[in-house]
Design a protein around this ligand. Structure first.
Ligand SMILES: Nc1nc2c(ncn2[C@@H]2O[C@H](COP(=O)(O)OP(=O)(O)OP(=O)(O)O)[C@@H](O)[C@H]2O)c(=O)[nH]1
Ligand SMILES: [Mg+2]
Length: 260
């Protein structure tokens, strides 16, 4: 684990939220490592630092499993952007965003940006299926809490999806339309007390991605990074107006004074 005092300080925080199995960890792997690799269900959370121009952005991957639900609002504290992720083949995963995850964002910044992201588009959209990631260099990544980075042995029985069972016991996998996602985005704005007219439009903030092929993954993260720049600048201005005390520096000074 890197020494915390030597780590670059993140200027801003972006958080991935959503039900288990929707592909949050896979999206982050695709973006940072340009790979789709086997995952196991996340425990707790982990962050990855991304240098964006002169700024450092921490991207937080969180656990979707119910047992970690309580941690969600802690991860969202002070977030400048939240990526509300669902699985396009699983309607319940979209419903869960509203029922279980939206309230966790109450601790985010007042000007937090919300993206609604339908992952696994390769399963329903030939465009996403045929997409080929043009590559790029993998990112240096920093992990605070190691969750599941060891490659998992390929299994014919992946983590079961968090879908409800029908009365007959069949798993329900009703696909989600883009209109469903747009409607949810509208309800998120209402929940936040925001006017649609003065907010970022749903067309810009509802994405369909595939962590498997890389479809729309760079567009998602980089659109958000551009959108959080004003938040970074505001934070820097606030810090300049009321500078914080650097404890390390103080300790150093005190030590120097006492030994002279
Ligand atoms: N076809 C397809 N499968 C995907 C995609 N993204 C993820 N998966 C698969 O979905 C399963 C869950 O992916 P994860 O990335 O672990 O999901 P998660 O949201 O991080 O789940 P938790 O950590 O439990 O919250 C794995 O079997 C992935 O291989 C995708 O874009 N397309
Ligand atoms: Mg995960």
């Amino acid at each position: 684990m890197p020494e915390v005092s030597k780590m670059k300080k993140p200027d801003v925080k972006v958080v991935l939220l959503g039900d288990m199995n929707v592909g949050k960890t896979s999206l982050l792997h695709r973006y940072t490592e340009r790979k789709f690799r086997d995952t196991i269900s996340t425990v707790g959370g982990a962050f990855f630092l991304k240098q964006w121009g002169p700024y450092n952005i921490s991207i937080w991957d969180t656990a979707g499993r119910e047992q970690f639900h309580g941690l969600g609002s802690m991860y969202c504290r002070g977030a400048a952007a939240v990526i509300l992720t669902y699985d396009v083949t699983n309607w319940q995963s979209l419903a869960e965003l509203e029922e279980r995850f939206l309230s966790l964002t109450d601790t985010a910044n007042h000007d937090c940006i919300y993206a609604v992201v339908g992952n696994k588009a390769d399963l329903i959209d030939p465009k996403a299926q045929m997409f080929q990631d043009s590559g790029g260099e993998p990112e240096d990544r920093t992990e605070l809490e190691k969750d599941r980075t060891e490659p998992q042995v390929l299994s014919s029985c992946p983590t079961p999806p968090a879908s409800p069972a029908s009365p007959s016991g069949m798993i329900l996998h009703k696909p989600v339309t883009h209109e469903d996602a747009v409607a949810l985005y509208g309800r998120i704005l209402r929940y936040k007390g925001l006017e649609e007219k003065s907010s970022l439009p749903a067309e810009k903030m509802c994405f369909e991605t595939s962590a498997k092929t890389g479809y729309n993954v760079d567009t998602l993260f980089e659109t958000l990074f551009d959108l959080v720049l004003p938040s970074i600048l505001r934070k820097r201005n606030e810090n300049q107006a009321s500078p914080t005390v650097d404890l390390e520096e103080c300790r150093g000074k005190r030590a120097r004074t006492s030994c002279c």
